[in-house]
Design a protein around this ligand. Sequence first.
Ligand code: AMP
Length: 210
Amino acid sequence: MRIVLLGPPGSGKGTQGVRLSETHNIPQISTGEMLRRAVADETVLGKKVQKIIQGGMLVPDDLIVSIIEERISNEDCREGFILDGFPRTTDQAHALERVLPESVDVTVYLNVPAEVVVKRLSGRMTCRECGAVFPRGDISLCPVCAGALYQREDDLKSTVEHRIRVYMKHTAPLVDFYRSRNKLAEIDGMGEPDDVFERVEAEISQVTSQ
Ligand code: AMP
């Protein structure tokens, strides 16, 4: 099963991606996580993208497409994968169609209003080790893997608003892109992660029973 997770930053793609990955036993591929890891490891790629990520801008299409192309050709993607954060532009979506002529099975669009995602992003902490996110509170270690929690630089309020604008301009058009191909499952992304996951799974089981 090849799933694309679509939705604004903070709509829950990462959280739902982890659950989908565990339930369907296919890898979750988060381009944001891959890029952050490259920055932390100070690789050539990391040095190239560091400022772009910090500013909440998009990494060039050709760069991110080649990263994804390589990643999904790995053995662990044979039975499928979950794309979290890719595609993010119409050009990336076209590139994915070229790389994957048989197309994706479903695009899960997590619909959450902009004012809610701004609040979620500026109030969340991210695990440096596994990338899991939690509402800011008393804990400083990740309950999943005991990694250190930190606030992503691009989750600071000023950058968050910019990221939402970038999403509206470049990524929101993908909702119509996938709808016109009959590949869109629109999910109400409000509420508890467990409830959202139930909605996601209900949509996915419809796709698999077709
Ligand atoms: P995310 O973790 O998905 O919020 O991504 C964090 C940042 O990584 C984004 O704000 C972009 O700077 C960069 N990024 C992640 N995925 C992509 C993509 N598909 N295209 C361009 N830039 C990306």
